[in-house]
Design a binder for this molecule. Sequence first.
Ligand code: MN
Length: 248
Amino acid sequence: MNERLILVTNDDGIQSDGIRLLASEASRFGRVVVIAPDRNRSAISSALSLHSPIRMNEVGIDRYSSDGTPVDCVNLGFYHTLDRKPDWVLSGINNGWNLGEDVFYSGTVAAAIEGCLLGARSAAFSLTTKGDLKNVRPFLSTFLEQWEKMPLPPQTIWNINFPQQIPLGVRLTGQDNRTYHDVVEQRKDPRGKPYYWIGGESAPTYSRQEGCDADAVLDQWISVTPLKLDLGHPEVIARRDEFKKIFG
Ligand code: MN
């Protein structure tokens, strides 16, 4: 078998500590190529730069930084830099959890989604901003050793969140719901004009449904969530007869 080819990216930027740890652990399992944004591109979701040029700089052996988004970086890897499709796409380790509906905003998760859409086994990794990366290493290593033994259905990624303290263990979880507070704040600039800041200072609250991601990490477990990219709703689609009666 050929050596595994592993694309590593993130949304916090190539200088972040999280991507260094992820790339160094991943290198035990194959050839790692890092292609990551040159700065923090958090909360940029699956944005793709269709209307501006993208630059990429070689910053080391198999290390590239780009002024593109995380999803741009994955595309650069698949369609330009790598000589074949990577076996794995690993994204993170994000500075901050990606729980519940965070996954719709996260550039970290989006990069894993892109990797999956393009045909690689993909996972996103996140640790609370208050966490310590050294507590991540043991499970990260175990996960990368074992995850090929549990193949996922097509169009599915792993979304992994690490707790603040030393983990008690690992849980397979569902996706929770979260609520953000003080979402849009208005302030005045030095000339007296209003400006707006999205994302309040208070932490989001999670509904903490049993068996879901937030509940697991808040109870000090590692949360491992399989995320399905097909958002179609089977229960509603099954109500075709009812729909037909109303809409014809
Ligand atoms: Mn981030």
